[in-house]
Design a binder for this molecule. Structure first.
Ligand SMILES: C[S@@+](CC[C@H](N)C(=O)[O-])C[C@H]1O[C@@H](n2cnc3c(N)ncnc32)[C@H](O)[C@@H]1O
Length: 229
């Protein structure tokens, strides 16, 4: 009998593609503005070419409908933002916002963020990585799908520049503690919390759609900020 095939835990996807329907506005944005904002995962990534300028680069993984990414980009025109999301209607929603508000410092990958980080982003090139309200994969048997795992921390450490930061937030206490343990065990990233656990929400992070949903359910919110030494 053949041995059962072992799956590399680092290769387990943190998402399941949802079919969710795009609204008419999102569809229109997807059709009209794709080439203006979206980058091809098949081409190589050159930040200066993609944004038409040099500026510190912040990646947001899983921006959802992009409300908070659009708000941050508008508030920080001196930074370049690269949003990565697998949910197509969310990509359409973000493009709609960028177009309506004339925001020019955001580019998008509609793709798995892990593959983009691994294959497209140069080592030591990121000023920041944001991960706001990642899917909590609450059932124990699904914890292996959580995006924050030791291999992810290794990848962050490789892609962040010295002094760059990783900022995660969640409304699930169990996941918050799990992330704290994994991030603290990794080498090279230092917790910015004065108490070595969680941070106050910094002013630059707007409330997100999923955060508001969690707050409505009575959840708490935990922010983690780690800086590369
Ligand atoms: C719970 S939602 C949070 C959305 C948003 N950040 C917010 O706070 O409203 C998590 C999002 O991450 C996306 N996602 C999960 N894993 C991903 C990955 N590996 N690459 C890109 N997007 C991912 C999902 O499609 C989903 O839209």
């Amino acid at each position: 009998m053949s041995e059962p095939q072992k799956i590399d835990p680092a290769k387990i996807k943190s998402f399941i593609r949802r079919q969710g329907r795009a609204t008419a506005g999102q569809k229109q944005a997807l059709e009209s503005h794709w080439d203006k904002y979206c980058l091809s995962p098949q081409a190589s990534f050159d930040a200066e070419q993609a944004f038409g300028r040099q500026a510190p680069l912040i990646v947001e993984i899983g921006f959802g409908n992009g409300d908070s990414l659009a708000a941050m980009a508008a508030a920080n025109p001196d930074l370049n933002y690269l949003g990565i999301e697998v949910h197509r209607p969310g990509v359409g929603h973000l493009m709609m916002l960028l177009e309506q508000r004339g925001i020019t410092n955001v580019r998008i990958y509609h793709h798995d963020a892990i593959e983009i980080l691994e294959q497209k982003i140069a080592d030591h090139s990121l000023a920041g990585v944001h991960l706001f309200f990642p899917d909590p994969w609450q059932k124990r048997r699904h914890h292996k799908r959580r995006i924050v795992r030791p291999s992810f921390v290794e990848l962050l450490n490789k892609k962040l520049m010295a002094g760059g930061y990783f900022h995660a937030a969640t409304d699930w206490e169990h996941y918050a503690k799990d992330m704290l343990g994994i991030l603290s065990a990794g080498t090279g990233l230092q917790n910015s919390s004065p108490t070595n656990d969680f941070c106050e929400r910094p002013a630059y992070r707007p409330l997100t759609k999923f955060e508001n949903r969690g707050l409505g359910l009575g959840h708490g919110v935990w922010d983690l900020i780690f800086r590369k030494l």
